[in-house]
Every structure is written in C-alpha cells, then in structure tokens.
Ligand binder design. Sequence first.
Ligand SMILES: NC(=O)c1ccc[n+]([C@@H]2O[C@H](COP(=O)([O-])OP(=O)(O)OC[C@H]3O[C@@H](n4cnc5c(N)ncnc54)[C@H](O)[C@@H]3O)[C@@H](O)[C@H]2O)c1
Ligand SMILES: [Zn+2]
Length: 348
Amino acid sequence: MKTLRVGLGERSYDILIERGILRRAGEFVASKGGKAMVITDSNVAPLYLGTVAESLRGAGLQVRSVTMPAGEKSKSFSSLPRLYSLALDFGLTRSDVVVTLGGGVVGDLGGFMAATYMRGVRFVQIPTSLLAQVDSSVGGKVGVDLPEGKNLAGAFHQPACVLIDPDVLDTLPPYYVADGMGEVIKYGCIKDRALFETLEEINGDRERLFEHIEQIIYTCVDIKRLVVERDERESGERKLLNFGHTYGHALEKIRHYELSHGAAVAAGMEHITRISESRGQTVPGCAERIGRVCRAFGLDLQARADIDEIVAAVRNDKKSSGEGLDVVLLHDIGSAYTFRTTPEYFRG
Ligand SMILES: NC(=O)c1ccc[n+]([C@@H]2O[C@H](COP(=O)([O-])OP(=O)(O)OC[C@H]3O[C@@H](n4cnc5c(N)ncnc54)[C@H](O)[C@@H]3O)[C@@H](O)[C@H]2O)c1
Ligand SMILES: [Zn+2]
C-alpha cells in the first residue's frame, strides 16, 4: 500500500492507495462503531456499493446508503435538503461519518453535505473516477452548483481520509479516463518532467497506462498534496494547479459543457503554451509535446472558440481580479510559474 499524509495540523489526513482497498474500507473508516452514511451514484452503486457496505458493516458500522442519479445535475444545491433529511432520519450525529463513493460529483456534493450538516461531520472520500482520484478528492474543496453557475456554493472541509482503489478504473468508460488524463498531463507539465515523459512513452495505450496507473496516481496525488499543504486556501502556489484552466473554463462555458473538462483544459494548456513560447517565456517545443500527448490519450484539441468570446468569458471569470489576471505558464515541461497579465494575453 502507498500512503501519503496531507499535513495540515489538526486537519491532517492520510491518502491510502492500494488495489482492492475497497474491500477493506471498514478498517479505515471505523475507529469506533457508529453510523456511516454512504453517498454514491447510480453508475457506481451497482458496481461497488455492495463491497463497501459489507466492509463497513463488517467493521461494526451501521450503514445507510443514498444513490444519486449519475451526472453533474445531482451536484445541485437542490439535492441537499433530501440528503439532510435522510441523515436526520438515520440519526446521523457529529460522531458519525459520511462516506462518498464515486466521482467528483458525489465527492463534492457529499463533502459539502458533510461540511454543513450539524456544522460539520467527518467524511471519508472513496473516489472512483480518475479525475476524482488524482484531483477532486484531495484538497478539501467541496461544493454544489447553483442555477446561476457551477461551484457557486462551497466550503473547505478536509476529509478524515481518502481511499483510492486503482482497480475500480477498469470499469470507468474511456471518455472519463481521457477526461482524468487531462489533469494527469497537467501535473506532469507543471511539476514533474519524469511523469510527462512516462506519459509520452505510454502514448495513450490503455493497457500500458493501467499497468502504471498506481504509480501515476501516487505521483499526481503527491503533487497536489504538496501544493495544498503549502497553500490550503489557494492564495499562491495552489494557483499553479490552474494551468490551462482559465482558457479551459472559458471554453467549457462557451460550449455549454458539451466537451469534457479534460479536453477543455488540454486545449487551454496547448493554447497558452503556444503563446508563451512565441513571446519567449517558455522553452520552444513544449506546446507541440503537450498537444501530442493530449491527443494520444484521446483528448480532442479541435474544440476551439472565437477568441473574442474567450477573452470576454475570461474577463467575467471569478479568478480575474479587476483588469489584472494571473495566468500559469511553463518555463519548460515540469516547471511552472504565474505571470500577471490581462485577458488580452489569450489573443497571442
Ligand atoms: N473539489 C475539487 O477540488 C474538484 C476538482 C476538480 C473537479 N471537481 C468536480 O468534479 C466533478 C467531476 O468529477 P468526475 O469527472 O469524477 O465526474 P462524475 O462524478 O460525474 O463521474 C464521471 C462519470 O463516471 C462514472 N463513474 C465514476 N466512477 C466509475 C467507475 N469506477 N466505473 C464506472 N463508472 C464510474 C460516474 O457515474 C459518472 O457517470 C465536477 O463537478 C467538478 O466540478 C472538483
Ligand atoms: Zn481541472
């Protein structure tokens, strides 16, 4: 088993990565009896809920599960009243635990419910999508969408622990594997040249990717852990994780979320690197390599939008303060920095 500890004082927690850890979930969730409310979704429940629930019961926990319809729509503010009611009906108290079993939707929704129910109960993340395993389950950002937009109500609530079972990725549809690879490639770009080169070598081969996946997840989580430890509330270093995301978010919004987040971020990483190269701010050749590796892993870089629309959307984005905008650029593959500019930068 690979273990990483996120050191955040009294909010510190372990991230455990092991094939088959789902079957041992009870060992890590229960320190002393009590109740576990498992929040999952309609795709994940038939595959893995039985295994997890059995393990939790085996550890002496009383278990109640809630299965949300799969998809972003469930990560809605309007899902919360039902979750609170079910928790109250179950008699969940502050000494009990919420377990989120699923992708980023379930993790963000269940985490927000746990952050707010009775002013905060413990929660354990069991991420089952690649994106959730390498990104959303680590860092303590939880939240829901409002009718006006995504992630508009949220909190920082660190999990009590994160259990990552790479074996569950066997059932993850290829579209979502590619989606998660967008973030994996991003970690290589900003912090880890060796990871990027491993991805270049694997060149999109699913079988070889899955042979290496445990180590790849570990590497990505370790990078996110370090960044989160140094900057829990995203004032400085955590911004580096936004590489490709300013353009990516704009593109997602303009295209009404019809393309995957990973594909949008891939387009963003390539676009901004092409510009920074042309301005002499990045070693030449990086954009080409990023584009090649993204395409190899099934991320379509064709998705573009009118640059006027992109600039306008970036202006409206919450991450730009006034006219100034911090963008993340690469010195070279594996090394990133922030650069203060304006949304006009995206015109090249
Ligand atoms: N909190 C954070 O820091 C953070 C970071 C990035 C993204 N997010 C959020 O994460 C969400 C996206 O996460 P996601 O891509 O995991 O979406 P998701 O939770 O919708 O999962 C993607 C799809 O895969 C299915 N699935 C998950 N695991 C599976 C498995 N093992 N086998 C078969 N099917 C499986 C799900 O049912 C769903 O259909 C967004 O809402 C985004 O805002 C949060
Ligand atoms: Zn992202």
